[in-house]
Design a protein around this ligand. Sequence first.
Ligand code: GLU
Length: 371
Amino acid sequence: MNVDSKSLPWQRIVIKVGSALIAPNRNGCSSQYLLSIANFIVRCRMSGTQVVLVSSGSVAAGAHLFKGVDTSPITIKKAMAAAGQSEMMATWDRLFDFNTAQILLTHADLKNRDRYVSVRDTIEELLDNNILPIINENDTVATDRLKVGDNDNLSAMVASAANADTLVICSDVDGLYDANPKIDTNAQLITDVYEINAGIYNMAGGVTSDVGTGGMKTKIQAADKAVSHGIDTYIVNGFNEASFNELLAGSSPGTHFHPHTKPMQDTHHWMKHTTKIQGELVVDDAFMMEKDSTGDLLSPQDLLEVSGEFSAGDVVLVRKDNGDKLAKVKTNYSSCLLNFVATQNSEHISEQLDNTDEPILSKQYITLLGA
Ligand code: GLU
């Protein structure tokens, strides 16, 4: 197909490729399906579109190196990921005649604002220097508490961080159907989605992949995150070369999730879609009264109780002791220190904290929740 790749509308695109495309038989990497994806990436770049690749496949690519071994322990999966990641990167490298860069992330890197900004800046520099960033979750170090868990959601977090205008998520079906197309022959493809509501999530059901960890549900979650950042999102069949030719020709081969016309402001989006609540602070009424003033959101004597384990820079839920949720907000202090403050609550501690530059809670990163 002859595609005029000079007229692509995208400035910056993130494409997410799953394990089943990279190591279809869990027997090492295969270029069988990657050639058409690589060709798509090359054509995008030739037209001036910047591309970020989110690539799964480390565990699937590394699996064949552990033959005859019990692969159920998590340590074996981590070892597979470590070995498979370099095999996967080498496979991509062979398909391109330009440089690539590996970025391995965990949720811990994205939920912390400083690290998030650092990831964003690095992606920006790589793109400015015509290097293709290839991003995966750092499965070797991620514990349950620290991981995103699936690369669909990761790709939406990356697309938001990178300020992309388009996200393409490759699937093993043509897009979102109103029923599972693998078992229901009457299932209809949904071509356009303008609002991601409970009905859309219901359609995704529990359809999962045999090789990766994602499924249609995580793809919808990813689309939900991306469209609220103003990002056009497509779920397409990554096994079908025609999908990429259609995208290049300006049409949608699968399901197109249309972006919100009024996207969320970046810091609010990060608070809502990238951070997770790591703990809770119970506060007295003085908390909300301070919010518009020049004072701090929370003074030490208004902190009644602390629960959960969190570090400085994490996001916590602030609530009243009657249970009303007040806000999701970034804390500048760890749970350990705040526990001490809440239990001691002496004027001496208050004075000490008041004398530091850092308020307990950040005014810049707060989302009010209402009662
Ligand atoms: N990060 C995992 C891997 O590279 C895959 C996660 C996913 O399939 O979504 O194997």
